[in-house]
Design a protein around this ligand. Structure first.
Ligand code: AMP
Length: 218
């Protein structure tokens, strides 16, 4: 099964993708994560992407579609994939069709997480992760049980994404509205879009997504 999780930044795509990886053995392909890794490693792609990402704008379609194709090539066909943060433009949606058909894969579901933008700004600007194991936290909603110590690995270093500040978040949302939301009709025409209330409790979102995947149809 291959699915796309769609929604503005902070809608919970990454969180839900991680849960699907744990519960179903699917693989999460997050272009944001892959680009951040490239920036950190200082690869040619990372050097190109860094400033664009810090401004909250979109990296070129060629770059992201290229890394998605390469990532898929490394996976066996039986492994289901969750596309998280890709596609983000109409050109990427068309590239994905080609990338999938070249690899005998089909797209089963597009799940849109619907959210309130102002609430998202609070969600995003407060989030941070453990620098050692990646566990996610939030200033207001999910502090570590022991202050300054990761619940999972007991590490003491935490980090924040450089693009999780309010000005950049607003730009990222504007990019979503202008360029990503318009790709939904492509998938609606195929009858594979489902919508989930991304503002409800995390567990409820997980249950709603599971119902869509297990229901067989959108
Ligand atoms: P994300 O982690 O999905 O919020 O992505 C962080 C940043 O990486 C975005 O604001 C973009 O600059 C870049 N990015 C991630 N995925 C894409 C994509 N599919 N197309 C273009 N830029 C992307």
């Amino acid at each position: 099964m291959n699915i796309i999780l769609l929604g503005p930044p902070g809608a919970g795509k990454g969180t839900q993708a991680t849960l699907l990886v744990e519960s179903r053995g699917m693989v999460q392909l997050s272009t944001g994560d892959m680009l951040r890794a490239a920036v950190k490693a200082g690869t040619p792609i990372g050097l190109k992407a860094k400033a664009v990402m810090e401004a909250g704008e979109l990296v070129s379609d060629e770059i992201v579609s290229g890394i998605i194709g390469e990532a898929l090539d490394a996976l066996p066909l039986e492994t289901g994939v969750i596309f998280d943060g890709y596609p983000r433009t109409e050109a990427q949606a068309h590239s994905l069709d080609i990338i999938l058909s070249e690899r005998d894969r089909t797209l089963d579901h597009v799940i849109e997480l619907e959210v309130d933008e102002d609430a998202l700004v609070e969600r995003i600007t407060g989030r941070f992760t453990c620098a050692t194991c990646g566990a996610g936290y939030h200033d207001k909603f999910k502090q570590p049980k022991v202050e300054g110590e990761c619940d999972k690995c007991h590490g003491h270093d935490f980090k924040r994404r450089p693009d999780d500040n309010e000005a950049t978040v607003r730009t990222r949302m504007a990019e979503y509205r202008a360029k990503t939301a318009p790709i939904l009709p492509i998938y609606e025409a195929r009858g594979i879009v489902s919508r989930v209330d991304g503002m409800s409790e995390m567990n409820e979102v997980t249950v709603a997504i599971a119902a869509i995947l297990d229901g067989g149809s959108a």
